[in-house]
Design a protein around this ligand. Sequence first.
Ligand code: AHG
Ligand code: MN
Ligand code: MN
Length: 334
Amino acid sequence: MAINRKIQTLDEFTIQQMRDFPNATGELSGLLRDIGLAAKRVNVEVNKAGLVDILGDAGTMNVQGEEVKKLDIFANNQFMGVLQHGISCAGIGSEELDDIVIFDDEISNKSKYVCLFDPLDGSSNIDVNVSIGTIFSVFRRVTELGKPATKADFLQKGIHQVAAGYVIFGSSTMLVYATKRGVNGFTLDQSIGEFTLSHPDIKCPETGKIYSVNHGNFFKYEQHVQKYITACQNKNKDNGGPYTQRYIGSMVADVHRNLIKGGIFMYPGTTDKPKGKLRLLYECNPFAYIVEMAGGLATNGNQRILEIEPTEIHQRTPMFIGSKLMMEEFANTK
Ligand code: AHG
Ligand code: MN
Ligand code: MN
């Protein structure tokens, strides 16, 4: 069967975009290629997750006598390894690592970028064959090139991201990433092992009918959040209520759906955890960047996520994100 040459691969797309910038060094395209490569390796393992009973549980030996790692550790090691051996990344931060890792070798010290990621988001869904994902955020270094990166390179406000994206391991595997030039989605064509452009120039619908929140925590939310959720259930809403509630428990899948279809996703603070659960640097910032670049909004309830000054790698924040008009409606219920 001949390949449809109308297809554009992730590599071709990023290189073509770079050509418009004569001073570009190609490092960002290289970084995205590395992330795509790690995503393909993780995809293979995710597809085998259901075989865990045959291949052995985490911590035990598999049939080849290798130790089986939990999938989130496996994903972490793939992303870290690929970025460490590429030429574009000076260091990483990850949900699975207590502290940042500075690569500190001759090539990496000259690299322009640092990367933060949640290697496997929604990991409680692995056992039940529900969509999971990877989230990543890219900053240009603020420290001098040629020297090792430092924490200051990672603790930048989200507005300074140069790229952010996610991979969703769903009924098909997709990589979606945003730069200031827009948001584009690539679907993994398993037959040729390439991410190919399938969702060019993604725009988040201005409004929608989906709200996504963990209803079980309703009575732990602040009053204005409860008021908004109740408003979502109102059948007399101006725009044809009640809204539909959808919540998978994998933020990647929940926000991806709302980005494409229109909707609002909330992970509010609760009485016992006022900062909520989600992490600013590798869950909220990347999604806030993607959704804002697609025309939506993201806040912590008071402030734009992208303007929060980070103080720690693993800090948490409440998060409200989605279609512009629904986010305005939420702000107005305060
Ligand atoms: P992770 O698997 O990386 O720890 O993240 C899970 C997160 C996020 O994906 C999801 O939206 C949220 O946890 C669900 O939490 P609740 O079960 O508290 O609703
Ligand atoms: Mn996560
Ligand atoms: Mn995770």
